[in-house]
Design a protein around this ligand. Structure first.
Ligand SMILES: [Zn+2]
Length: 82
């Protein structure tokens, strides 16, 4: 039997900071199970262990660059400095 809990949280786009509402599901130990973004015009950031959202108009590169800036230390292997 699952005791997962759901919460509605507001998270900003990792690129531009626009706020979206997410329906987030947590396991009893606090681990993120799933999140569903309830606002239109957005997408979930893949491979996230916590709720992250980005506008659907941003490219993968923009999102990855923003993540590297927000979460330094996470692997960013194909970063380009030119
Ligand atoms: Zn955005």
């Amino acid at each position: 039997m699952s005791n997962n809990s759901n919460a509605v949280e507001q998270h900003g786009c990792v690129v531009c900071g626009k706020i979206y509402s997410l329906l987030v599901e947590y396991a009893p130990d606090g681990q993120l199970v799933d999140c569903t973004i309830t606002s239109p015009g957005r997408r979930r950031v893949p491979d996230a262990h916590w709720p992250l959202v980005a506008c659907s108009r941003h490219t993968e590169t923009e999102v990855e660059t923003a993540l590297a800036r927000h979460y330094p230390g996470k692997a960013v292997e194909d970063r380009e400095d030119d």
